[in-house]
Design a protein around this ligand. Structure first.
Ligand code: N01
Length: 488
């Protein structure tokens, strides 16, 4: 039996392990389905993959990295950073690789969580779900997809063996993943056809190489990097004024993006098709300096006619045209509000965590749920951001999680939020969301099928930090753990 089972060895799982061990919890295990750590930063290896939040902020506060080579790092460096954090904190010994967790159920008779893994069952007093919101590739529901004769790749499960040189390549989607991979595909493919359903808002990317003298400074003096992190953090928080407080303010960014588009795309017909028709920020704002130039190539076509179906030789659009393709790339995002893990985690009355992701179950701080004692979810419902670093949110959650788990383990208790506290929290978040940029009428992965926003935190992140500071006894129900949890 273990004290804490952490599911997932990405940013959240590794951060949880470091913080729990610091708090004196040593009997913990991280279950990881893959054979390496890193989560989404291990899986997303498509060419050009990069984080659109600056690395000084998109990193743990307890593990600054003075060696970032770029202000906005590419995937290999972020993945390396996570392996370095794991090595520096001796986490590898805690990770059970190749253990896919297929079921997590609370056993009332023993007060323990039973985890079923691909390598056998496990009992745990507490569980931290660190499975990541952007972990499960979404394959689009397009007729005939299985019939395609050539290779079909999703950006989040890339196959480096597939050749693009001299071939006709199709990309479905124009989100954050697509705009990063397209310039690379455009440079090698014989012909690239981009199937766009909704044009994204794109701003210039400010990322650049970090000069050697700055890295030297960061390595030898902690102050300058902390200051750079703080400056960037505050700059990003200002975006809340537009995203949350007054969406009209986004017109400033919209003007900048339209000027950028006009500079980059001289052809008025193409420009018209690339001009967004929804408010900036409603979907994620994208950053790129090489996406629009890639679209100017003669070998690249942006197809806005809706896809009718995939056929063995390519894609047929609703105008009857068949676009011949040799390779098809799905840049169609992730299963977020219907994350498959949600259905596998069952609490007291048989409710599932998936119900919180779909909006049918109230959550407390996006982290815990009534009826799920001693179970916590990192990057859970309404903790996602459109403007800043999810790592900051995860570290905020961990302040609460570590306190709650420490209390549960040392006093042999079952700890869960009261239904009232969860209802209040969820109602407050939903109320705040109703007047934000995300409620201005676009469709996005932030929303459930019924249009409820169960992913975004609609406020300044320092308010979330304040709410998750420590453990509020009055918001929780504490009951003595049953027999199973008392024996050691
Ligand atoms: O996925 P997305 P993503 N037919 O869901 C289209 C993070 N991330 O992987 O907009 C046709 O944003 C869909 O069209 P529409 C970041 O948080 C960050 O790009 O729904 N098209 C859209 O264009 C990001 O927000 C980074 O009309 C279909 C695209 O596919 C999140 O991951 C890099 C379709 C999906 O876009 C997800 O980004 C990468 C269909 N049936 C990812 N189904 C950076 O840090 C979907 N689409 C930069």
């Amino acid at each position: 039996m273990i004290d804490v089972a952490i599911v997932g060895a990405g940013f959240a799982g590794l951060g949880a392990a470091v913080r729990l061990r610091e708090a004196g919890v040593s009997n913990l295990v991280i279950f990881e389905r893959a054979n390496d750590l890193g989560g989404t930063w291990r899986d997303n290896v498509y060419p050009g993959c990069r984080c659109d939040v600056a690395s000084n902020l998109y990193s743990f506060s307890f593990a600054p990295n003075p060696d970032w080579s770029n202000t906005y790092s590419y995937q290999p460096e972020i993945w390396r950073y996570l392996r370095d954090v794991a090595a520096a904190n001796d986490l590898d010994a805690l990770i059970r690789y190749g253990h896919a967790v297929t079921d997590v159920a609370f056993d009332e008779s023993t007060s323990l969580w039973r985890l079923t893994t691909s390598r056998g069952p496990v009992l745990a007093r507490a569980v931290v779900l660190a499975v990541g919101a952007l972990a499960e590739p979404r394959r689009p529901d397009i007729a005939g997809l299985e019939s395609f004769a050539g290779p079909v790749l999703h950006t989040a499960s890339w196959d480096a063996a597939v050749e693009f040189g001299g071939r006709r390549v199709g990309v479905i989607g124009t989100g954050a993943s697509a705009i990063q991979v397209v310039p690379h595909l455009a440079a090698t493919a014989k012909r690239l056809s981009i199937f766009q359903r909704t044009p994204p808002w794109i701003l210039p990317h400010e990322g650049h190489r970090v000069p050697a003298r700055t890295r030297w400074l960061y390595r030898h003096l902690p102050g300058p990097q902390r200051l750079a992190r703080l400056r960037y953090y505050l700059r990003r928080e200002l975006l809340v004024l537009g995203f949350v407080k007054n969406p009209q303010r986004m017109s400033v960014g919209e003007r900048q993006a339209l000027e950028f588009l006009a500079d980059q795309i001289p052809d008025p017909h193409l420009r018209a098709r690339l001009t967004p028709t929804y408010r900036m920020g409603c979907k994620r704002v994208l950053l790129s300096n090489d996406y629009y130039p890639a679209l100017r190539r003669d070998s690249v076509a942006v197809i806005t006619e809706p896809i009718e179906r995939v056929v063995p030789e390519g894609i047929r659009t609703s105008d009857g045209a068949v676009h011949p393709l040799d390779v098809l790339v799905l840049a169609t995002g992730f299963r977020v509000t219907d994350h498959p893990m949600g259905a596998l985690v069952r609490g007291r009355a048989g409710a599932t965590v998936g119900e919180a992701l779909s909006g049918d179950l109230a959550h407390y701080l996006g982290t815990s749920f009534p009826g799920f004692p001693n179970l916590y979810m990192l990057a859970g419902p309404n903790t996602g951001l459109g403007h800043s670093s999810i790592i900051y949110m995860i570290e905020s959650q961990l302040n609460y999680v570590v306190d709650a788990i420490s209390i549960a383990l040392t006093r042999r208790l079952l700890v869960e939020p009261t239904a009232l506290a969860a209802r209040h929290w969820t109602a407050r978040v939903r109320d705040q969301l109703s007047s934000t940029i995300w409620a201005t009428g676009c469709s996005s992965w932030y929303l459930t099928e019924s249009g409820l926003n169960t992913t975004i935190w609609p406020d300044f992140t320092f308010r979330f930090r304040r709410a998750t500071r420590g453990f509020r006894l009055r918001d929780h129900r504490l009951t003595p753990a049953g027999q199973g949890s008392v024996e050691r």
